[in-house]
Ligand binder design. Structure first.
Ligand SMILES: Nc1ncnc2c1ncn2[C@@H]1O[C@H](COP(=O)(O)OP(=O)(O)OP(=O)(O)O)[C@@H](O)[C@H]1O
Length: 612
């Protein structure tokens, strides 16, 4: 569609009511932004004046705010900026979308915050009339009065002697009056503009002023930063509600972004979303920005100030453009470098970091090759030789053995030699991470420990003992037959382990289902029965260990003594006790049958010893 009619081009007609409605409903988050827009205009005008006057100009350039109050219906904001003349007022303040800060002030675009030419209109969200009085160096003062109805007047005030600068006055509507009162004005100015490099004073109502500016300590760099560490940590503590583990310097020279990432001293809940504070030119743009750091940096909250990131027209979020992407990458690189530095220079600090965030870090490493390559070595896993980092584990031996489940790990934990530990892969993400080790550490292989093959690999007692062993297996098997256990005898270290309880996953699932059945209702029981049927069929096919096995240790003195015992009563009770003891060692839950077995066997043994 063409917008030219005949040879003559005609201007668009703008309905101010419609524009203000659009601003308030769809662009700005609420009427409170009027103050941010006014402060920003004052700041741009001061920057422009400083630019024109040069760095040596005398005189303080500041923004003074006079809030409305119960006895004072008028809100006013003054700035010592460059000011406007009558022509500029007519053109700039009355034309929606006309922002000629660059042409007018002759400054590079990134030095100015305003750019869309709509900011002043936000004042119509709190007042029906805006009065701007301004004077430019060497020119007469001018008054512009704009009304929400869409009309405006400009008047030259020849006789009035005003300092250079601009003064904007509003009479807030009753509904929005609070937003222009001192408490809210101070709160909003602090939130939006405390880090602005221009003094902002709020009149306290008694002739004095409160200054709301704070030094942007989070953006301090180099040596000065080290000297202000305690201030920085204080800021982080206020932000997180707890003292950060560390404060990491962030910098992206390409977009003039500087700041700090505070490392969370607690694991954020899985539902929590990143919330980074972004300032542009000292002015708050976003308090809960999610795109500033890479998604993986869930453990950090950043506060930055930038000259090159671009706010959207609402000034409440950032444009998702290439600058933001490049910044995100650079800031991510700073966090990676921090992790590396901690790893080599402050292992204790890194250990504390990994301890707090281990689950989140593991979830990252399990799915992200890039992160895995630099983070994995610092993570720790549980092994049969105690908890250790992946780096320590790989240093111990190139063949990493692991179990897929916690139950399997507990069953074998007692007999694994310390020099070749087995990793417990039963915790979330651990077996995934272990399986990736060959891709991350050259020459590393991984091997899943299968219970059935473990049993096969345990030494069979010497040939000369076979008859005694077979007799033991048969007698003990008969004792435990009713418990669906089979008995095997092997020789293994350490000798003080009398017996191992070995069951594969299908057996364990069966045990858990039985436990569930005892406490559940009939409907659920029939579901379990069906599930059991199909699972058992599969287990039958797959498993070498169809039943759980009590693996007695022929090197254990108690087992040897027992094998020689002809007292069936003692043999019977002791085998039952070994069975319960092996279950306890494997951290398996005892059912009512095992509990009564334990009590009865102990009681009987005591009785037998008394009778002798
Ligand atoms: N305090 C002031 N001193 C000098 N000039 C001003 C002042 N306030 C506004 N202006 C002029 O009026 C123009 C329009 O201001 P307005 O706030 O509507 O938009 P902007 O600041 O340019 O852009 P944005 O919509 O992004 O805030 C500005 O471009 C500026 O030239």
């Amino acid at each position: 569609m063409s917008n030219t009619v005949g040879a003559q081009s005609r201007p668009f007609q703008v309905d101010l009511h419609g524009v203000v409605d659009l601003l308030s409903r769809h662009i700005y988050s609420g009427p409170q932004v009027y103050l941010r827009e006014l402060i920003q205009n004052g700041r741009d005008a001061i920057v422009a004046r400083r630019g024109a006057e040069g760095p040596d100009a005398a005189g303080r350039r500041e923004i003074r705010i006079f809030p409305a109050g119960p006895d004072n219906p008028e809100f006013r904001i003054d700035d010592d900026g460059v000011g406007l003349n009558a022509d500029e007022m007519t053109e700039l303040l009355a034309t929606v979308g006309r922002s000629s800060k660059r042409d007018l002030f002759d400054l590079p675009r990134q030095d100015l915050l305003g750019q869309f030419g709509i900011g002043l209109l936000s004042c119509f969200m709190v007042a029906d009339e805006i009065t701007v009085v301004s004077r430019k160096e060497g020119e007469s003062a001018v008054r512009w009065v704009g009304s929400a109805s869409g009309t405006f007047t400009v008047e030259v005030l020849d006789a009035v002697d005003l300092p250079v600068g601009t003064s904007v006055k509003l009479r807030p509507r009753a509904d929005d009056a609070e937003l222009c009162h001192r408490t809210q004005v101070t709160e909003l100015a602090t939130r939006y503009a405390r880090y602005l490099p221009v003094p902002i004073l709020v009149a306290d109502g008694t002739g004095g002023f409160d200054t709301i500016n704070r030094p942007p300590v989070f953006a301090v760099a180099g040596e000065e930063r080290a000297g202000r560490r305690s201030e920085l940590m204080e800021l982080g503590t206020a932000l997180l509600g707890a003292r950060p583990l560390d404060a990491v310097e962030l910098s992206s020279p390409a977009t003039g972004t500087r700041g700090t990432a505070f490392i969370l001293p607690f694991a954020p809940p899985p539902s929590a979303r990143a919330a980074h504070a972004v300032h542009v030119g000292g002015m708050l743009v976003e308090e809960r920005c999610q795109d500033l750091l890479p998604e993986w940096a869930f453990f950090a909250r950043a506060v930055v100030d930038s000259t090159g990131l671009k706010p959207t027209a609402s000034r409440e979020s950032l444009v998702a453009d290439e600058s933001l992407e490049a910044t995100r990458e650079e800031l991510g690189a700073a966090l990676r470098a921090w992790i590396m530095r901690m790893g080599t220079g402050s292992p204790d600090k890194l250990a504390a970091f990994v301890a707090v965030h281990h689950l989140g870090l593991k979830s990252l490493v399990a799915h992200d090759d890039d992160l895995a390559s630099f983070l994995t070595r610092w993570l720790s896993v549980e092994t049969t030789a105690g908890r250790m980092t992946i780096e320590e584990l790989v240093a111990r031996g190139k063949n990493i053995r692991y179990t897929d489940s916690l139950e399997e790990f507990r069953q074998i934990a007692a007999i694994v030699p310390a020099e070749s530990p087995v990793v417990n892969g039963g915790y979330v993400y651990d077996s995934e991470i272990i399986r990736r080790l060959p891709f991350l550490f050259e020459g590393t292989t991984v091997e899943k420990v299968e219970l059935a093959s473990l049993l096969d690999s345990l030494a069979v007692p010497a040939l000369a003992e076979r008859a005694a062993v077979a007799a033991f297996e048969q007698r003990a098997g008969a004792v435990l037959a009713g418990l669906d256990m089979q008995v095997s005898v092997r020789s293994f270290a350490p000798a003080d382990v009398s017996a191992l309880y070995l069951a594969d996953d299908s057996v364990l699932r069966g045990m858990h289902r039985n436990a569930a059945r005892r406490v559940s209702n009939t409907l659920w029981n029939s579901v379990l029965a069906k599930a059991e049927k199909s699972m058992d069929a599969a287990a039958e096919l797959n498993s070498q260990l169809a039943r759980a096995t009590l693996c007695a240790n022929w090197d254990n003195p108690l087992v040897r003594t027992l094998a020689q015992s002809s007292d069936e009563a003692v043999f019977n009770r002791t085998i039952k006790l070994l069975y319960v003891q092996s279950m306890l060692a494997a951290h398996l839950p005892l059912g009512p049958a095992q509990r009564s077995l334990l009590t009865e066997s102990l009681g009987d043994l005591v009785q037998l010893s008394l009778n002798h």
